[in-house]
Each structure stands twice: as C-alpha cells, then as structure tokens.
Ligand binder design. Structure first.
Ligand SMILES: Nc1ncnc2c1ncn2[C@@H]1O[C@H](COP(=O)(O)OP(=O)(O)OP(=O)(O)O)[C@@H](O)[C@H]1O
Length: 644
C-alpha cells in the first residue's frame, strides 16, 4: 500500500518546482508584467513532466512537476510528502530539500507561518496520531551547517559542533539533541527556538547557513533512542552568484563556501537519479549528515523554489535541479508559444555514457566539475549538444562578470587541453560547457585556504583561476593542473604545502626562531644596520632592519621581541594544527597524548571534514582538556630547544 503511494510520487529522487507568490512591495506590481517565470505541462504519452521557462530566456527546464503561486503548501504536502510519512512507519527514510535563490520561498515552504503551515509542520501533524496508533513516538532535532562546514545543535547551541559517525549503516550524531514532541504546538515552539539560535539567521543578505530538521520515528518498546526511521527537512541557504557584486558587502568567500555545499547536495541528487555508481556523500558536512537518508530505500523530494520575477540565480538553480531530469530541452524563445516540448526529441538523450566517456570516467578521483563536463560533452547527441551550446551562450553571457574577475583563459586552456585528447568535440561545445562549469563551481576568493586543504574537491574552481597544463614549471604552488594524455585526462591541484612531517616543520620554525632571537639580540647590542636575510620558507619572513622597524613603529626592543614571539607562537600552533589535519596514523602517534585510539578518532574526523582542526580548541573534540592541550604544546615546543 505504502509502496504504491511512493510509486505515485515517482522514483528515488523527485524534482518539483514551486513558484513563489508575490510578497511585500512586489504584491503591488502588476503580476502579468512582472511575472517572468512560466511553465507548461508536457503530457505526452508516459511523460507528465513540466517545462519551465523564463521570459526573454532561451532555455526551458524540465522538472517532474511545477506548483503555481496559488497552489498552497497543503496541496504540495498531500501530493508529495504525505506518502513519505506513511513510509516512515515501514522503516523508510526520506528527505525534503528546499533550494533556490535568496528570497525564493524556501523557509516558507518548509516552515511556513502561523497562518500557512509549511511542509514540516503538516508532516508532524500527521506523524503524531499515526505514531500514537502504532506504539511509536516522535522526536525532533534541529541543526545548522555553516559556511565553515560546522554543524551545530540549534536546540542547544552552547554544545560543541556535532560529530557524525556511522554505525552499522546508520548515522549517529554526537552532540545533537533529540527532543520528544507530543503536539504540533510543542513542535512549533521548538522550531521557533531553533530559528532564534540560527547563526546564519536571515539578515539583509538572507539566510547564510543551511538549516536541517530530523523527525525521528522512535520505537517505544526498545531501548531509548532506537530510531525506526527518519524524515529530514532541509532549508538550504539561498544561492547567490558571487560574481555579482554583493549588494550588502557580504563576505564572498563565505557565499562561495555555502554555494559549494549546495552543489554537493544537488550533485548527490543528480548521481542518485541517474544511477551513478559512485555517490559523493562525503563532499560536505550536510551530505554526511543526510547520508543514511539519501541512500538505500530512501526517497528524496527536491523542491526548486522560484522567484516569480526575473532572477538569474533562480534560473541557474532550476537548471541544476533539472539537469537530472534528463530531458532538458532547449529552444529559442521565438517559438515558445506554449507548445508541447517534443518528447521524442528529448528522449534522444541517452542515459548511459559513451565508451569514450567511460574512459574519461575511469579515474575514481573524478571530480564534480569534471563529471558535469563529461556529461554535457559526451552523453548528449550532437543535435542536442548544439542546442545546449547555443542555449548556453546567452545564459553564460548574461552571467559572466563585466569586470576582469573572470577571464576566459582558464576555459580556453581546458578546451584546448581536451582538444588534445582523443575525444573529438566541437570546440565551441567545450567552451560553452567549461564556462558553464565555471559558473557551477565559482572560483575561490583570493586567500581562501580551503584550496590547500583538499586538492581533489577544489578542482571545480579551476576554470577561472590559473590553469596550468602539465609541464608549465612557472607556477606550481596552489595551482590546478591538467594532466593529459591520449588515453585519459586527470586534473589535479598542486598543493602549495606538501606537509612534511611535523618534526621537520617545527625544526624549520625553530631555526627561524633561533635566527630571530640572535638577530634581535644583535640588534639590541649592535647599532650597525645589517639587513636580516630572508629565511625561506619559514615564517615569518623578515626583510626589514629591526632597528629601523622599531623606530618606525615606536616600539621598544622588548615590545618588538614579545610581539614577534607571539607571532611565532601562533605559527607553531598553525603548523601543529596542519600536522593534525594531514599526518598519517603513525606520525600522529608521535605526538604526546595521541595514542592508537585518538589517532583513529582523528582520522575519522578527517573523513567527515577535510580540515577538522582549525584551532587548538578543536582538540577538545578528541577528548583532551584545556590543561592537556597546553601540556602537549609545551612539550612539543620545549623539544625544539632541547638541542640548543
Ligand atoms: N508562496 C508564497 N506566497 C506568498 N509569499 C511568500 C511565498 N513564499 C515566500 N513568501 C514570502 O517571501 C519572502 C521570502 O520568503 P522566504 O523567507 O521563505 O525565502 P527564503 O528563500 O527562505 O529566503 P532566504 O534566501 O533568506 O533563505 C517572505 O516574506 C515570505 O513570507
């Protein structure tokens, strides 16, 4: 019975769109002229899809269904979400994800308001009586994932970040409250409390973190916390193109990181919907948290929230969601007179990648950007590819920055490199898709340290940055590099720091420190102004004459010494943290206080997030007290001077 209901809501991943109603000042506008999004039903043979188009925009995007402004959350709930509730009592997990541009109505559809309850509230109203009847209970958890990939408990925000473990195929959360609910009222109060704790709470620039809710169906008969199944609701942060100048001066690096985690989740939906063999669950904290509610028999509802008036970010988001609907059809707007899209034409797109594409896919380290690149370039028949290329250009042109922020040289390098492989594509196609991928994976901002942290993941940002074809000796540090051969192509990022063992890193620092001490004392004793040689590559690099520097800054030698000493201290801490984030098990065990168990734990944490240790405080996550941390540092630093 339940399975039948689930069949009605489609396959594993269902993609629907929802056009937001006009609100606030928009409501005073004439809807017919300001409304730019339109849709038509594609009721052809077995297809019941909907094609979405935007005024003055050449592309159409297919989704499984589109709800108009006048179709309320209750209708969406009963048609799309209700079957998940019944399925939860049979042990099936599910996930409802709202994504879209800023202000597109994501919170409205998930949480709603007092007058118009959202999908989560409607689900709880249904969960409670069924649970009562079946001897089960309902408990809820609220969490937030911020741009630093930190997950925090929103019902107890003082707690340290949430840790995710896998135990017999199920996710376990350390540090996430699970609160029983007995009424809708109680639930709404908890929801309000969670919203108040949200650090990325809606500001002028919109919600800047992802908010998640887990509804647990708990068995009353068994031990406490024996969850039968769960249903997740995810209110994603609003997508924003960082290449547009942010009007509220928000930190672009922050937005970039948030966008990356949106892509990670959409990539999973795409991979699941297209039956890919590798599902990249570990690419972000959010996908790790949701992992056991995305795989297996779980169902996913992806709700693409659309702003009713023109919004380039909305078009981009729906294009991403619709890419897994396979039947994306592009046509010029000249003949967009609400004609049905030719399904025969759409079905031309094969689901399986070609042999050559498989060759391309051969590397297990294939990255997100590459996958998209491959798909567009390989799996689309020529006719369709030409359409894609033509259709992509206006979108691309619209969205590329006017400033020199993004030159096309990166794209051209990719295109040229691909042209050197044995895959023959029209160069234009590659150019268009590479540019699109640049948009999909915007480059990191200058100084974004995550480029160093994870070479494979970060490749998506390669397009607009310095792209280096193998053999270019000029720039090796932190530079994405394409290796190509006639057989395959792999893309790697040269990491700026190859993380030598901590002993040698600390030795370098020690040398710097000794050099600094001796030069400082010689400055104190000797007024002769000899410039101090730069010490490569240790930190900090001292280029100035100390006495001049002191005079310039009006500091006494002692103040200078203390200040530099504290700079050294923080450098040592950074090296130490970097070691914890990169060393292998045996190396880790060389540290005081790290035994077999803690070393394993550190490796587990690194599985969840590529850089779990950002400050010494994070060592508390592996069970060390503040006193123990201090002791460890003292010992490591003390050893530096053991050979003085
Ligand atoms: N279907 C709708 N009908 C009428 N008004 C709506 C609808 N959906 C959203 N709104 C209104 O639009 C505004 C923005 O909605 P909402 O806060 O849900 O957007 P959001 O996508 O969650 O924003 P953010 O990007 O900040 O996360 C709110 O004032 C909300 O009340």
């Amino acid at each position: 019975m339940v399975s039948k209901q689930l069949d009605r809501v489609g396959g594993k991943v269902r993609v629907i769109a929802r056009i937001r109603g006009f609100s606030g000042p928009e409501a005073n506008l004439e809807p017919d002229t300001s409304r730019t999004v339109d849709w038509i039903s594609v009721n052809d043979e077995n297809l019941d899809d909907v094609s979405i188009s935007f005024r003055d925009h050449p592309s159409r995007y297919l989704v499984d269904y589109c709800y108009k402004e006048d179709e309320d959350s209750e209708m969406i709930y009963s048609r799309e979400v209700k079957p998940f509730v019944s399925a939860a009592f049979e042990g099936h997990n599910s996930t409802v994800i709202a994504h879209g541009a800023r202000g597109s109505g994501k919170t409205h559809i998930i949480q709603g308001s007092a007058e118009r309850p959202g999908l989560a509230v409607l689900a709880i109203a249904e969960f409670l009586p069924i649970a009562e009847k079946n001897g089960k209970s309902i408990s809820v958890s609220f969490y937030e994932v911020d741009h630093q990939e930190r997950a925090m408990d929103l019902l107890n925000p003082e707690k340290p970040p949430i840790l995710v473990f896998e135990d017999r195929g199920r996710n376990q959360f350390k540090g996430l409250s699970q609160v029983p609910v007995k009424s809708v009222n109680e639930f709404q109060n908890l929801y309000s409390t969670a919203c108040l704790s949200l650090k990325g709470a809606p500001k002028k620039g919109g919600q800047r973190s992802h908010m998640g809710l887990i509804v647990n169906v708990v068995s009353r008969n068994e031990s406490v916390g024996s969850t039968v199944s769960k249903m997740n609701f995810v209110d994603l942060a609003g997508y924003e193109d960082t290449r547009k100048k942010s009007s509220d001066g928000s930190c672009l690096t922050e937005i970039n990181k948030i966008n990356k985690s949106i892509y990670a989740l959409l990539n999973i939906c795409h991979a699941l919907r297209t039956n890919e063999s590798h599902i990249p669950y570990r690419e972000s904290k959010l996908t790790r948290i949701l992992q056991d509610s995305l795989r297996g028999t779980s169902r996913i509802l992806l709700v693409s929230c659309l702003n009713p008036s023109f919004c380039q970010d909305t078009i981009y988001m729906v294009s991403l969601a619709s890419r897994s609907c396979h039947r994306i059809h592009h046509q010029t707007f000249l003949d967009s007179t609400k004609k049905s899209v030719s399904s025969a034409n759409m079905r031309q797109i094969p689901k399986n990648v070609s042999g050559t594409a498989k060759k391309f896919h051969g590397s297990s380290k294939l990255t997100k950007g590459r996958k998209l690149f491959d798909e567009a370039s390989h799996s689309t028949p020529k006719v369709e590819k030409e359409m894609v290329t033509k259709a992509s250009k206006p979108l691309m042109d619209n969205s590329l920055p006017e400033t020199g922020n993004h030159d096309n040289s990166g794209v051209e390098t990719i295109v040229n490199t691909l042209a050197l492989t044995n895959v023959s594509f029209p160069k234009d196609d590659l150019f268009a898709k590479a540019s699109q991928d640049m948009k999909l994976y915007p480059p990191l901002e200058n100084g974004d340290s995550s480029l160093n942290a994870s070479s494979e993941v970060e490749i998506n940002s390669l397009a607009a940055k310095d792209v280096l074809v193998d053999g270019d000796e000029g720039k090796k540090e932190n530079t994405p590099c394409i290796n190509h051969s006639s057989e395959s192509m792999s893309i790697i990022v040269h990491e700026g720091h190859n993380s030598p063992p901590i002993s040698s890193q600390l030795r370098d620092l020690s040398n710097s420190l000794k050099m600094l001490c001796s030069s400082t004392s010689s400055c104190l004793q000797n007024s002769e102004k000899q410039p101090i040689p730069a010490i490569e590559p240790k930190t900090p690099i001292i280029q100035q004459n100390m006495s001049q520097w002191d005079e310039m800054n009006g500091k006494s030698p002692w103040e200078t010494f203390s200040m530099r000493g504290s700079g050294m201290k923080s450098s040592i801490v950074q090296e130490y943290l970097r070691f914890l984030n990169t060393a292998d098990k045996e190396e880790l065990k060389r540290l005081k206080g790290i035994g077999d168990k803690r070393a394993n734990f550190i490796l587990e944490l690194r599985e969840e997030s590529p850089e779990p240790f950002k400050s010494l405080n994070d060592l508390k996550d592996i069970g060390l007290s503040a006193k123990q941390i201090k002791g460890m540092m003292k010992k490591e630093v003390g050893e530096l001077f053991s050979e003085l």
